[in-house]
Design a protein around this ligand. Sequence first.
Ligand SMILES: Cc1cc2nc3c(=O)[nH]c(=O)nc-3n(C[C@H](O)[C@H](O)[C@H](O)COP(=O)(O)OP(=O)(O)OC[C@H]3O[C@@H](n4cnc5c(N)ncnc54)[C@H](O)[C@@H]3O)c2cc1C
Length: 441
Amino acid sequence: MSVQSIDNLQHVIDHDLCNRCGTCVGLSGGSIVFGDKTGDYLPGVIADISPDLADRIWNACPGKNFDFPGYRKLHFSEAPHFHLYTGAYQNIFIGYANDENVRRNSASGGILTAILLWLLKNRLIDGAVVTRMSKKEPWLAETFIATTPEGIIEAAQSKYIITSVNEILPQMEAFEGKLAYVGLPGQVQGIRKLQAANDPSVRNIEYIFGPFYGNTLHFSSIKSFLRSHGERNFKDIASLHFRYGEWPGNMRIEMKNGRVIQLPKFHANYLIPFHILKNSLLCTDLSNEFTDISGGDAWAPVYEERGKGFSMVIARSVKGKEILAKMAADNVISLQEIDENEAITMHSHGYDLKKRGSFIRMKFRSLVGLPNPDYGYELKDFPFGRYLMELVVTSLFMFLGTPIARWVVERIPPSFIGRIFEKSRTVWKRSTYKIKRSNLT
Ligand SMILES: Cc1cc2nc3c(=O)[nH]c(=O)nc-3n(C[C@H](O)[C@H](O)[C@H](O)COP(=O)(O)OP(=O)(O)OC[C@H]3O[C@@H](n4cnc5c(N)ncnc54)[C@H](O)[C@@H]3O)c2cc1C
């Protein structure tokens, strides 16, 4: 059985089904490690694993399957609302942290950071599993357990390179006290699987939060961005931010020699088709459906024009809803409830990518004999034009991910290509505006 489990895991790794959540690495006691994190960032088995451990790891791997309906029933059976796009929820809000420093220092409205700070202050948690940029290698992200407000604040802002939060499962298990956990959808799915198996590694987790998740990028994106600016060595990076400054923020790299390279977030999005983690394109969870509370950007002109930072906040569990209500009563956050229709329209392009595009891409994969994750649900029968569009987009992604395409783009000023990319986002948003009413079967 153990050999079979390891073979299965290797199959996941070899077929772009691995989302790099870090669960296998965290559970393995050193027998599975990530390779070069500035390269493919893939887990590899380096030592023998006992049959029991191999089975424990394989059961927790979210790459092969995650039963959305089953886990929804398990965790959110009491939720009054559900939509196939948003998942189960209690309420949806637009909100922000009232502390200006927290709001400005965070990715969008600072809601996730504010929640962690409030839970710590009120002793509802003793630590928070969060992800900051590494101090030793400031070009890489690292997950740790923050036990102070300073630690939580240090981890604010989104990291758009691969992270593997569940690598620190052993530290989470050894931690003495209650934990809040922050992770991307694939990482959260690993945690939910471990909870379902009563695994000791997750026994301290009291709350689960997480950002929305469109996609993530390989580290090659950073190397390429540097090369576009004439910088050759990523080890000369002194600090790296993805959402620096006023919302929506800037990608900003400070070099050891004092040079600062900066590009508005929407322009830096040009890196996506060239360096996207392929597994992002198989993930069907935009809004982090298995968290207690999830947070995304409030993408709508009315907020984008104002700057400052606005989040979309989805309370899914009863305890998530209660936290937000108490924080609002304490005047720590500001919330304005919105309806499902508005929420879906705001992220219509994201839902199109995840809830239509991913299923179509999986269909394409099946046609050429590649395996797909089993999510326990399937959306299908989209308009013919959508399949056609996906064919074009998939071909483009395949071409733009090649070394020659990357070489060419590095010779075009990022500010120029970034502007083109921002315009295409606007067109995509407009074309998916009516997504809520389109075929959902
Ligand atoms: C890879 C990625 C893709 C995203 N895609 C979208 C999208 O398509 N649409 C959208 O609306 N929003 C997206 N978001 C979410 C958005 O960027 C903000 O994180 C979200 O709005 C919450 O903002 P905040 O100000 O409340 O978060 P903050 O207060 O800044 O807190 C963010 C928290 O998330 C944790 N975190 C940050 N990056 C990672 C990471 N890579 N892995 C694990 N934990 C992390 C931090 O430790 C911190 O605790 C994405 C975020 C990430 C990380």
